[in-house]
Write a protein that binds this ligand. Structure first.
Ligand SMILES: Nc1ncnc2c1ncn2[C@@H]1O[C@H](COP(=O)(O)OP(=O)(O)OP(=O)(O)O)[C@@H](O)[C@H]1O
Ligand SMILES: CC(=O)N[C@H]1[C@@H]2OC[C@@H](O2)[C@@H](O)[C@@H]1O[C@H](C)C(=O)O
Length: 352
């Protein structure tokens, strides 16, 4: 799995009986990271650049997979299938497409493992959003019969899964997760992210700027809804004139916008939530978690390691689980989440 933060590739070795037995993360090469970031916007010679990037992503995935297996003492033939998400560079379900760059044939060639890729397209073909896909997995791992649970993934984008004790699973994207925080931080502080949210914590929330950002129409859309860098990116940030503000105050305001958009969406969708389980890299942004808890004083906010799965392993495990669903020829999407015409088997097989 590599997500919209564009930080790199997370891989896990997982089985239904043993759970996660190995995890490996490798950062993208900075040149590839820049190339993928450029491909999120229209640019020169896109087809050529996208084809080269898809090969580079396959090689990055192959490297992580080979290292994961070596460290686990496993062989390619021990793996029934690898769920390979690829790198989202465009997500336009309203136009009938979503693009995750990955040369899956090359990945199969380099690893000798059956690859299940292109996991979103069939849901989009059935009229769905193609995202989020993890709510079904979250229900399987974190759902409880005696409590209304919500699971929040804070990746580049943020998405909620609604797991009522009784009733259907829900889910949707809430908007920006780390993406705006990373983007503003990189512009002012350099390549890494705002570790712990410490920089945001030194700033002061700017009420007028926050109100202007809160008026973004996406935040008022009813589910099913999903988003990406197609909307929340540097251009979106620059809609407001920022040069007169302290950069730390803008970072604090972006953190507040992110926390507000998540809490507002949860309060509208599942106001009786007992516990919010947080995963994804944003689970390490303590400033963001504190802001979130202040918006949601009535419920307990915990990170997913306290519920059996470390925050950085949840997404990759979800795509291993989706590969298992494909192998069993069982549907991977939830119609009540994506709005697709019906349940669909997600993915395409590239045999070893
Ligand atoms: N210690 C930390 N403090 C603050 N933020 C962190 C920390 N560690 C990771 N992050 C944030 O998490 C991001 C990476 O998270 P993650 O890997 O879940 O993103 P992702 O895979 O792109 O997710 P998605 O696919 O859901 O968009 C980093 O870019 C950074 O913003
Ligand atoms: C198109 C795409 O890659 N969407 C991602 C993104 O990152 C978070 C959020 O937006 C979520 O909808 C989705 O990934 C998660 C894993 C999902 O499909 O559930």
């Amino acid at each position: 799995m590599s997500g919209t933060s564009l930080d790199g590739v997370d891989a896990v070795l997982w089985s239904p009986n043993s759970g996660v037995t190995a995890h490996r993360f490798e950062a993208f090469d900075p040149a590839l990271q820049s190339q993928l970031l450029r491909l999120n916007q229209s640019g020169p010679d896109e087809l050529h650049q996208a084809a080269l990037a898809a090969n580079a992503v396959a090689r990055a995935y192959a490297q992580v997979l080979r290292t994961l297996l070596e460290e686990a003492g496993a062989r390619p033939q021990d793996v029934s299938a690898a769920g390979a998400h690829g790198q989202t560079v465009r997500h336009r379900p309203e136009l009938g497409f979503t693009v995750q760059l990955l040369n899956a044939a090359l990945l199969a060639e380099l690893t000798g493992v059956d690859i299940v890729a292109d996991l979103r397209s069939r849901d989009v073909a059935a009229g769905g959003q193609g995202a989020p896909l993890v709510p079904a997995f979250h229900r399987a791992v974190f759902g409880r019969p005696d409590a209304d649970i919500a699971v929040l993934n804070i990746g580049g984008m943020a998405n909620l899964s609604l797991l009522p004790a009784q009733g259907p699973t829900g889910g949707f994207d809430t908007g920006p997760g780390n993406v705006l925080l990373d983007t503003w931080h990189r512009h002012h502080q350099g390549p890494a992210f705002d570790a712990g949210g410490c920089w945001a914590a030194t700033g002061r929330v700017l009420p007028d700027l926050l109100a202007r950002w809160q008026s973004e129409p996406f935040f008022s859309l009813p589910p099913p809804r999903s988003t990406g860098r197609d909307l929340f990116d540097w251009t979106w940030l620059q809609q407001q004139v920022l040069r007169s503000f302290s950069p730390a105050d803008v970072q604090a305001t972006l953190a507040e916008l992110t926390a507000w958009s998540i809490a507002d969406a949860l309060n509208r969708a599942q106001p009786a939530t007992n516990e919010l389980i947080v995963c994804g890299g944003g689970a390490f942004n303590l400033d963001l978690l504190h802001r979130l808890q202040r918006h949601l004083p009535q419920l307990q906010v915990v990170t997913s390691d306290r519920r059996g799965l470390p925050p950085m392993q949840v997404e990759a495990t979800a795509f291993a689980w989706l590969a298992a669903r494909f192998t069993a020829r069982e549907p991977g999407n939830l119609v009540c989440v994506t709005g697709a015409q019906g349940p669909r088997i997600l993915g395409a097989l590239y045999p070893a």
